[in-house]
Design a protein around this ligand. Sequence first.
Ligand SMILES: Cc1cc2nc3c(=O)[nH]c(=O)nc-3n(C[C@H](O)[C@H](O)[C@H](O)COP(=O)(O)OP(=O)(O)OC[C@H]3O[C@@H](n4cnc5c(N)ncnc54)[C@H](O)[C@@H]3O)c2cc1C
Length: 214
Amino acid sequence: MSNDLSNVDVAVVGGGIIGCAVALAARRRGLSVAVLERGRICGEASSAAGGLICAQYDADHDTPLVRLRIDGRDAFPEFALLLEELTGLSVGYSAGPTLGLARTDEQRTQLLARVAWQRKAGLDAEFLEPDEARRREPLLPPDLTAAACYPDGQVDTQRWAPIIHRALLAAGVHVHEGTDVTAVAAGPNPCVVYPSDAAADLKRVDRGGGRMIK
Ligand SMILES: Cc1cc2nc3c(=O)[nH]c(=O)nc-3n(C[C@H](O)[C@H](O)[C@H](O)COP(=O)(O)OP(=O)(O)OC[C@H]3O[C@@H](n4cnc5c(N)ncnc54)[C@H](O)[C@@H]3O)c2cc1C
């Protein structure tokens, strides 16, 4: 890769789903963006994931993390649409719903309390008796004691890596795969990034311009 990042406003280290989403969001705000990824775009946890976009399945209390998960889930349709607009390809997003299951009396009590809390918090959640749950999903286990229905979705992580890569390029993000970043230094510019291939014989860093010079 070229180590010259002088024209880049934002350098994102790590091209998993989080880094790529950040890169696309920054690009949409008119910034020039580079993603530096040591392997392949979405080649690590982001492709191993099951793709469940579960914000509510274990949400019992109002915490910042729960709110963040709900906001993330609610933003997902727009993100999936953006990827589709940029590439013409679908990441297999489905809006749900998702069922949470109880298989003991204790779990049933827990689920009942969870649904009650979520409804009180203004979230969409439904408590289901086993017969109703089986009517909706006949393959549920016979020892079911209750179920809860949440508007949590799913995405096909088996297919999204090349789509996200293509979306980054279509949006004008500079993608550098095979680039292991070993150090980041703050400077007058947002950041100066040292890929490992440059770090060994780095002679000078022009922090004013945010440039890296070997
Ligand atoms: C088996 C499994 C199943 C999962 N199932 C789900 C699920 O159903 N639902 C769900 O919401 N979450 C699930 N997750 C969690 C989900 O995969 C992660 O929360 C998500 O992928 C994190 O995204 P990320 O971009 O932060 O991390 P990653 O996808 O790991 O991306 C980080 C990237 O940074 C790169 N990187 C790291 N260091 C450097 C460096 N120094 N220089 C350059 N690049 C670097 C890595 O190569 C990697 O590509 C699952 C995880 C696993 C492992």
